[in-house]
Design a protein around this ligand. Structure first.
Ligand SMILES: Cc1cc2nc3c(=O)[nH]c(=O)nc-3n(C[C@H](O)[C@H](O)[C@H](O)COP(=O)(O)OP(=O)(O)OC[C@H]3O[C@@H](n4cnc5c(N)ncnc54)[C@H](O)[C@@H]3O)c2cc1C
Length: 597
């Protein structure tokens, strides 16, 4: 690995952010030994830290300055004025190094909707191969395969051949089995390989945990470590990029020529001969664009930043997956794991990678709404949709609205991702609970993330506008009602105490108004913000084109969750990896880079 930090340094490509996307890019682009790449990361390499690599210790990472940027939303009127904490990884591997491991997949219809917005080459058929390219899936044991009715095709597992390691749980707990069996009772067992884009119903997800050592497989260990010794790869950590340098070229095109970063109190200017790529994440990427003079002129002028290129779309279109939950008191005597002390858990994990610290349970479902409604409920849902046309006249809002409403009315499309966990939805003094959650897959509400100062160390102002679009609350409350039905279905029902308590107390989810109160009063983020530098035609709200080039600027791209125009159905990281893999191919082609293998 080469040295950096010298103000005279010059590279072919500078990637800002060694996070989920940045690590994929440096791995793939450095396959060409003739291209020099600098990766600039604000955090440090903490892959050897037990909180990072031990699945069972992952909660220690959140809200801790050592690993987390610790963002917070502004007051959100739609959720009773609450503010929501938004962790983001400040560490090699970025948010993949602090997240919750679940690998859930988008729907073919959802990806096709991206293409229909004008993004040529981003339909499901074109992007699907990249979901296999980024990972290697360890096959489940025969017992796990049988008990969990695993739907992943053996061919898919065999064909996955990428750096990220993904695995099924090593053992099956009774509640995990009950989860998939409950969906079988409802006729909603998922029989479709989730990587085929048509999954529907209950299943157990894989996690990005290595199936041999039971350690977190994050972008840093999977994508960056194998290439860090390449002579053309250069890394600087603890370095905050303050802005992208832009210069007008002889042909009149405003072009990215490098970045300015600070480290240990000193500033460094580094040049990029070919490209600067922002992979800094959903809040920091728009912040860097704005600090560099690309954004809404009014906002930039307010903060004394020279307007280099006006684009009011920068930092807009922020979307997130919000989740609501109900907790049910569990039967007496079912408390798996509760009898094992943390010193015992540590001992078994350290000795031979066994015990509860190896895994975090991931019982998921791609939940359609209509199968949980009776005839009157379906009719009512259709009426609700008719009463709420697109909220603004923009062509993006109309296209987004049409796609989401059509999908929500379909019995064959999962429009919430449901899962079970053990943490009660509100803190309780006593009792054991099973919590069923549902995350609204396709939100219509959009918000923004913008600078509030020209100082790069000041956090941006983040507004999600949760439930700002009335249909989000209508749809989400009905999904909450589905959870109540799920809880009454066997075998899950047999784990819940008959007549036991439910949380939040005094709200009856079978009543739609109470279900809405559960959403407004208790829902929180599922941590998948996206969309702040959206890949869309500029007139529709775009910041980058379908080759992820920033409009109006030469040699500048964005590759991270910011470019996602419409939230994917499931948890977002599989899509982030697939987008980064596809972006690497686009960049190689555009720059004429060689590919190995
Ligand atoms: C608590 C939590 C749990 C989650 N669980 C899941 C899950 O189970 N499944 C799932 O699919 N998704 C999950 N996610 C979401 C998922 O992990 C993220 O969406 C994804 O990792 C984002 O990748 P990215 O490349 O956009 O950005 P990141 O991975 O965040 O990378 C951005 C990088 O840029 C660096 N950076 C930023 N600004 C600068 C700057 N100015 N100078 C230098 N470096 C900079 C950052 O430090 C970081 O390393 C979770 C997220 C959180 C917070």
């Amino acid at each position: 690995m080469g040295s950096t930090g010298d103000s005279s340094d010059e590279f072919d490509i500078i990637i800002v952010g060694a996070g989920t996307s940045g690590c994929v890019l440096v791995n793939r682009l450095s396959e060409d030994p003739n291209v020099s790449i600098l990766l600039v990361e604000a955090g440090e390499d903490q892959s050897a830290d037990e909180n990072v690599y031990t699945p069972g210790l992952c909660t220690a990472l959140l809200g801790n300055d050592q690993y987390d940027w610790r963002y917070t939303s502004e007051i959100e009127p739609g959720i009773n004025g609450r503010q929501i904490l938004h962790p983001r990884g400040k560490i090699i591997g970025g948010t993949s190094s602090i997240n919750s491991f679940a690998l859930i997949y988008p729907s073919a219809a959802g990806m096709d909707a991206w293409a229909e917005l004008g993004n040529k080459g981003w339909d499901w058929k074109s992007i699907q191969p990249y979901f296999k390219k980024f990972q290697t899936i360890y096959p489940p044991t025969p017992e796990v395969k049988k008990d969990l009715h695993v739907a992943h095709n053996d061919e898919t597992i065999a064909a996955s051949h990428g750096p990220l390691k993904a695995a099924f749980p090593p053992t099956v707990r009774p509640l995990q089995k009950a989860w998939v069996d409950t969906f079988r009772t409802l006729g909603l067992e998922n029989r479709s390989d989730p990587l085929e884009g048509h999954a529907l119903g209950g299943h157990t997800s894989t996690c990005h945990i290595s199936g041999d050592k039971y350690e977190r497989s994050h972008a840093g260990v999977a994508f960056f470590n194998p290439v860090r010794e390449r002579k053309n790869v250069h890394l600087v950590t603890g370095a905050l990029v303050r802005k992208v340098e832009l210069e007008k070229q002889q042909d009149g095109v405003l072009t990215a020529t490098g970045v300015l970063y600070s480290k240990n109190g000193a500033e460094f200017q580094v040049k990029a001969k070919k490209e600067v790529i922002l992979a800094s994440g959903v809040f920091n990427t728009p912040q860097l664009l704005e600090l560099s003079g690309i954004g809404n002129p009014e906002l930039l002028q307010k903060h004394g930043i020279e307007v280099k290129h006006a684009n009011v779309n920068v930092g807009e279109n922020l979307q997130d997956h919000i989740k609501a939950a109900i907790s049910f008191e569990e039967i007496d005597g079912y408390e798996p794991g509760a009898s094992v002390s943390s010193s015992e858990m540590r001992a078994s994990y350290e000795k031979d990678r066994t015990g509860p610290w190896t895994w975090t349970a991931h019982s998921f479902a791609y939940m359609p709404l209509p199968p949980f409604l009776d005839a009157a409920g379906k009719e009512e849902l259709s009426k609700v949709v008719e009463q709420h046309p697109p909220s603004s006249g923009s062509s993006f809002a109309k296209a987004q609205h049409d796609f989401i409403c059509k999908t929500t009315l379909s019995p064959d499309q999962g429009t919430s991702t449901a899962f079970q966990s053990r943490r009660p939805v509100v803190p309780v003094k006593e009792g054991n609970y099973i919590t069923l959650s549902c995350m609204l897959s396709y939100p219509l509400s959009t918000g923004s993330s913008h600078i509030q100062s020209s100082d790069p160390t000041t956090k941006p102002t983040i507004h999600f506008n949760y439930y700002n679009h009335p249909l989000d609350l209508e749809f989400h409350a009905r999904h909450v009602q589905s959870l109540a039905k799920l809880a009454q279905t066997q075998p899950l029902a047999s784990f819940l105490k008959p007549g036991g308590k439910t949380l939040p107390a005094n709200l009856d989810p079978t009543n739609i108004d109470d279900a809405k109160e559960i959403c407004k009063g208790f829902s929180t983020t599922n941590y998948h913000p996206c969309g702040t530098a959206a890949m869309l035609p500029e007139a529709m709200g775009g910041v980058v084109d379908e080759r992820l080039r920033v409009y109006g600027i030469g040699n500048l791209r964005v590759v991270d969750a910011s470019v996602v125009p419409i939230e994917p159905r499931g948890n977002i990281i599989t899509t982030v990896y697939a987008v980064a893999e596809k972006a690497a191919d686009l960049i190689k082609k555009d720059l004429g880079l060689k590919t190995s293998g």
